[in-house]
Design a protein around this ligand. Structure first.
Ligand code: ZN
Length: 139
């Protein structure tokens, strides 16, 4: 348990063979999603097969990097691994590609978060290997 009020480094994702292309693109500030060559479905998070037709014929395509808040939650109590970061906002974002992505919302006062709010992706470099996508209000 972290000292009360002390901000500790947040957990760092560990790439796998399936998620490696996502993290490699993120390092370059590009949001990529899996796209099924067989049925055209986009999906997030990365998986070995298409969630619609179970095809393994998936490719990575760059996404627009914007979306609209579908839902959100404000975390005010310390959660394991995020002690000292509260309060923070997690958003579920509808992407124009047709899938949904969950991430932190940054650069936005909590009282201004709204369902339907346009957002765009921003990047936070956590380590040399991991750059994390987050969202902020679109201008
Ligand atoms: Zn498919």
């Amino acid at each position: 348990m972290a000292e009360a009020g002390k901000k500790r480094p947040r957990p760092v994702p560990v790439p796998t063979s399936i998620t490696r292309p996502f993290w490699d693109a993120a390092k370059q500030g590009k949001l990529v999603l899996q796209h099924c060559r067989r049925c055209g479905t986009w999906q997030y998070w990365p998986r070995p097969v298409c969630i619609r037709c179970i095809s393994r014929d998936l490719e990575w395509r760059e996404a627009a990097g914007r979306g609209v808040v579908y839902s959100f939650t404000v975390t005010r109590l310390p959660a394991e691994g995020f002690e000292g970061h509260e309060p923070y906002v997690l958003v579920s974002v509808d992407l124009p590609e047709g899938t949904r992505m969950m991430a932190h919302l940054v650069n936005c006062p909590i009282e201004r978060v709204r369902i339907g709010m346009p957002v765009r992706v921003v990047w936070e470099k956590l380590t040399e290997e991991i750059t994390l996508p987050q969202f902020e209000p679109a201008a």
